[in-house]
Structure formats: structure tokens, C-alpha cells
Design a protein around this ligand. Structure first.
Ligand SMILES: Cc1ncc(COP(=O)(O)O)c(C=O)c1O
Length: 355
């Protein structure tokens, strides 16, 4: 049957998303979704958009949404590009800014979609090893090259990159694009958006999926110099002119306008993260300091896979990778206080069984 596939398709090793369970109910701490519902303003806006106008295509430029995002970020609408989730925005950025003859640099432990995009588009890359504490070594990113992709905070470690280091990387690469993936920036890290007007080679990519509780709506965006935004539009319009549907544009508008709800829910998650970190450390886990809505944890006596399976049996899903350096780690989404209590109780049971 594979003879019917293109050669390119046969060679693909696709990204594997976290499980979305069907049937059984789990405490779902495996895909970094927000445990709180979207703002009531989102639901109101989507209901208002549900009607006769759905027969019409949506605004291909997401004008009103870009204006609202620009207002929220103290940027200009011309500096914003909106896409179907930040995965799509990242994918367009890989096509718009990188060439096969100059390797892109990203960390060896980072969002596992980056090498998938690079392979898909026939690009080359260097995976720069993080140090033993999962910190980013600066030097390899200061050499000029074919572009840089950084997740900040990084995933799956949750570590925030020092702001001065980030700026140094952008300054050291004036002839190539530095993409900063801020999917998790809403949970306390400092954003690079403030640098966009100064550095024409900086593209910041963000999402409504995490901090705004809208993973199901698929809205992401980029903030960058107008020239970079023009390149993204050029690639987008060669692929799909209408990636963000009417309901998604309306819902995202509702979310970006409800700042109070956003602050209240992200603050709750930050507080829950602090408590859960404390509890897990008391149970004997090593927990990386996290600036994201997840924790990266390991236990010196119990393999990560044993913890993963033990939690699943107890109705809790977390994320684990069978990869060198991190196969003993779990990435655990910060849920509600109750979710994290259930998680700690389940982990204690597993520890009592194993030790
Ligand atoms: C680091 C990172 N970037 C981007 C994304 C994509 O988010 P979305 O496509 O939902 O905006 C994720 C999703 O989990 C992520 O972990």
C-alpha cells in the first residue's frame, strides 16, 4: 500500500501528540491543557458568531483579533500574524525563514515538534545539548548560523532562559531569524515581545491554548517585525488562506479582552505549581524549577516508565518520553489543587509499593 505514498511521506517520522483518552475518565495531566474553563466572554462571543454568517469565509487577515492582540501587548497590528494554533505558526516560520544549507540550532531537549518540522521541510539542524541541569549553553547560539529556535520557558523542562542571554542570542544572529516559542510564557516568565520593535530578526510565537484555556479552539500567533510577518503571510497564502475560522476568531477575541479572568486563572495555576513542587520534593522527587504550567520530575529509585504506568492504573495521565537523558523523567501538567492532591497521593502509593 505504501507504493501509493509519495517518497517524502514514506520517510516521515511524525510528531506523536499526547493521548486524548476516550471512554474512561482520567485526571488529565499529560498535554498541558489549562484545568480551568475559558472565560465566559469566550463562550458569549462564540455563541454570538454562530449563525447565518458562517456561510461566509472568515477574515483571512484576522484583522480585529490582531488589533486586540496588539493592544494587549502594546504592539502594532502589523506586527502580528494569527494562525491555527502555534504549531501551525511555527510550521510556517520554519518554511518562511530557514534554508537547507544553513543548519538551524535548537536544544537537544526541547519541544519535539522542531526536528519534525525541520525534517518535513528538508532542513538541517544542530541539536545543542543542554547541561546536566537542563540549562542552555550560550556559546553555540552566539555563532552566526542558519537561525535559532528556542522554547522559553523550555518544554518539557519548564526552565526559563535568562533574559539577557536571550537578547545576546538575538543580537549575535542579525542575519538569521531567532524564533522564541512562548507557548508557556503566561505562567510567570518574562516575554521577549518587548524586544520585537528593536530586533528585526526576532519572531515571538504564542498561543491561546495554555494561558487562555483554548487548546480546543486552535489559535496561535506570532509577533515580529512587519517584514517577518509579510513572509509568514506569503507562506500562509500559498497553503491555506483561511486557517482561523470565524468561531475561533470570535472566541479568541473574547479571551484576549478578558484580562481579569486571564490573570485570575494563571495566578491560580502559579500558586498550585508552587504547592505541588513542595509536596513532590517532600515525597523525594527531584523537581526542576518551572516557569510553565507543568513540572518536570524524577525519582532516583523508580524508573519513569514505572511511575507513568502506576499513575495510569490509578486514573492519572502524565507524559513520558523514551528518550536518552530524560527517560527517568515525567512531565506533569499543573491541574487544579484537587488534581495535584490526587497526583501526590497516587505517587505516594506507588513509592510505598516500590521501596
Ligand atoms: C513548546 C510548545 N510550543 C507550541 C505548542 C503548540 O501549541 P498550540 O498548537 O496548541 O498553540 C506546544 C503544545 O503543547 C508546546 O508545548
Amino acid at each position: 500500500m505504501n507504493e501509493l505514498w509519495s517518497r517524502r511521506c514514506r520517510d516521515l517520522i511524525p510528531y506523536v501528540p499526547g493521548e486524548q483518552p476516550k471512554g474512561r475518565t482520567f485526571i488529565k495531566l499529560n498535554t498541558n491543557e489549562n484545568p480551568y474553563p475559558p472565560s465566559p466572554m469566550v463562550i458569549k462571543a462564540i455563541k454570538a458568531a454562530m449563525g447565518e454568517s458562517l456561510r461566509l469565509y472568515p477574515d483571512p487577515e484576522c484583522t480585529e483579533l490582531r488589533e486586540a492582540i496588539a493592544l494587549a501587548l502594546d504592539a502594532k497590528a502589523e506586527q502580528i500574524f494569527v494562525g491555527n494554533g502555534s504549531d501551525e505558526v511555527l510550521s510556517l516560520a520554519f518554511q518562511a525563514f530557514f534554508d537547507p544549507d544553513k543548519p538551524i540550532r535548537f536544544a537537544d531537549i526541547t519541544y519535539s515538534f522542531y526536528p519534525v518540522f525541520a525534517d518535513f521541510y528538508g532542513l538541517t539542524y544542530r541539536e545543542i545539548p543542554l547541561d546536566e541541569n537542563f540549562a542552555l549553553p550560550l556559546e553555540p547560539f552566539l555563532e552566526p548560523g542558519g537561525g535559532v529556535v528556542l522554547a522559553n520557558p523550555n518544554a518539557p523542562t519548564g526552565r526559563e532562559l535568562d533574559f539577557c542571554d536571550l537578547r545576546s542570542i538575538v543580537e549575535a544572529n542579525p542575519d538569521s531569524v531567532v524564533v522564541v516559542d512562548e507557548a508557556y510564557v503566561d505562567f510567570g516568565a518574562r516575554s521577549a515581545v518587548e524586544l520585537v520593535s528593536r530586533y528585526p530578526n526576532l519572531l515571538v510565537v504564542r498561543t491561546f491554548s495554555k494561558g487562555r484555556s483554548l487548546a480546543g479552539l486552535r489559535v496561535g500567533y506570532a509577533v515580529g517585525n512587519q517584514n517577518l510577518i509579510a513572509a509568514l503571510n506569503s507562506v500562509k497564502n500559498s497553503f491555506n488562506s483561511y486557517p482561523v475560522d470565524r468561531l475561533a476568531q470570535a472566541g479568541a477575541l473574547g479571551a484576549i479582552r478578558d484580562m481579569d479572568y486571564f490573570r485570575a486563572t494563571t495566578t491560580k495555576i502559579i500558586n498550585t505549581r508552587a504547592c505541588a513542587t513542595c509536596h513532590l520534593r517532600k515525597l523525594g522527587f527531584t523537581v526542576c524549577d518551572s516557569s510553565a504550567n507543568f513540572l518536570f520530575v524524577c525519582h532516583q529509585n523508580i524508573p519513569g516508565k514505572t511511575l507513568l504506568d502506576g499513575l495510569r492504573q490509578r486514573g492519572i495521565l502524565v507524559r513520558w518520553w523514551d528518550k536518552p537523558r530524560i527517560s527517568n523523567y515525567l512531565r506533569i501538567t499543573v491541574g487544579t489543587d484537587e488534581d495535584m492532591k490526587a497526583l501526590c497521593a497516587a505517587l505516594k502509593e506507588i513509592l510505598d509499593e516500590q521501596i
